[in-house]
Design a protein around this ligand. Structure first.
Ligand SMILES: Nc1ncnc2c1ncn2[C@@H]1O[C@H](COP(=O)(O)OP(=O)(O)OP(=O)(O)O)[C@@H](O)[C@H]1O
Ligand SMILES: [Mg+2]
Length: 299
């Protein structure tokens, strides 16, 4: 049965923006200084409660409740089309940029709803950064400018010295500094695919997010670059909370502490079948569908 129930938030609610939302211009905020050796405060956690999502009349996710714990890497796994990317985009308010998209339920960042009336999408997206499947640096822009390109968008003002510091610390955290420190003026497009992806990670880190969402960040990369990104992800875990979508079961096991298995069928929206510690999901799953999926019997 295809569920065609009317979404409680029609798309128009997104199109107009929340009632009473403030003007579009972001405020100027102090430069976030990325600490060299660890987070500046406690790490943030993310949680969804009964999240349901639609594209038009089509429901694609149903009552997804999940805790993504502070300082952990949570992997989202499941067959193509089960709603993993949609779920990720809902977490940082990118879903509402799709015309006709709607949702119900709650997304809580440290217990506070990111969809609360008056909360700015731009502020949410600064705190919850995103790295995509295909590296998407600005190809003609220098590496230096690529890293700091998010500052203006986030309304962050910084002196030249502060920018220099931020570029170095972001590239170091992304594991790219040693490879590019002597050519920061070269264009982003001149890097290899794996380096471009680490550049994109550095760009996300430069605005000091609390959460980093990664949608199949290695699927366009060779095994060596993949390994390098996985090392970077493992190091970042001590600085921020990470949610990663992957089709690679070995990768999910290597990098994540928690795992959620999503599943949809042609006539039912995506749901979480099972979530919990990664090791348990892979060695002792509670649901036979999880066992079949993690053992490569479908998907
Ligand atoms: N912009 C859109 N408009 C309409 N439907 C969409 C849109 N984006 C995704 N969908 C549909 O929503 C469902 C979930 O898609 P989504 O991209 O979230 O799946 P996924 O799990 O990320 O898949 P994959 O593993 O292939 O990336 C699919 O049925 C898809 O066709
Ligand atoms: Mg996807």
């Amino acid at each position: 049965m295809t569920d065609t129930a009317q979404p409680p938030y029609p798309a128009a609610a997104f199109d107009k923006g929340p009632v009473g939302s403030p003007p579009v211009d972001p405020p100027t905020v102090p430069l976030p200084v990325a600490p060299a050796d660890g987070p500046s405060g406690p790490l943030s956690g993310l949680e969804t409660r009964d999240l349901t999502a639609w594209f038009g009349q089509r429901k694609v996710l149903e009552r997804v409740s999940l805790q993504m714990r502070a300082g952990e890497i949570t992997a989202l796994i499941g067959p193509s089309g089960c709603g993993k990317s949609t779920y990720l985009r809902i977490l940082n308010r990118m879903h509402e940029m799709v015309r006709g998209a709607a949702l119900a339920g709650e997304v809580l960042l440290d217990g506070e709803d990111v969809y609360a009336t008056g909360r700015r999408p731009a502020e949410v997206r600064r705190r919850i950064g995103m790295v995509f499947q295909r590296p998407n640096p600005f190809p003609a822009m220098s590496l230096y400018d690529n890293v700091i390109s998010g500052l203006k968008l986030a309304g962050i003002k910084a002196s030249r010295d502060e920018r220099d510091h931020l570029v170095e610390s972001s590239l170091r955290q992304a594991g790219l500094w040693n490879e590019v420190s002597n050519r920061l003026g070269t264009p982003g497009g001149a890097l290899s695919g794996g380096q471009q992806q680490r550049l994109c990670i550095a760009r996300s880190l430069a605005v000091s997010p609390d959460i980093l969402l990664m949608d199949e960040p290695c699927s366009a990369l060779d095994p060596t670059s993949t390994r390098r990104i996985e090392e970077t992800i493992a190091e970042l875990r001590h600085r921020l909370t990470i949610v990663i979508v992957t089709h690679n079961m070995q990768q999910a096991q290597r990098v994540s502490q928690s795992c959620a298995f999503f599943l949809a069928s042609h006539d039912t929206p995506g749901r979480i079948v099972e979530a919990g510690p990664t090791e348990r999901l892979f060695t002792d799953p509670a649901d036979p569908r999880t066992a079949d999926y993690v053992n490569g019997r479908f998907g």
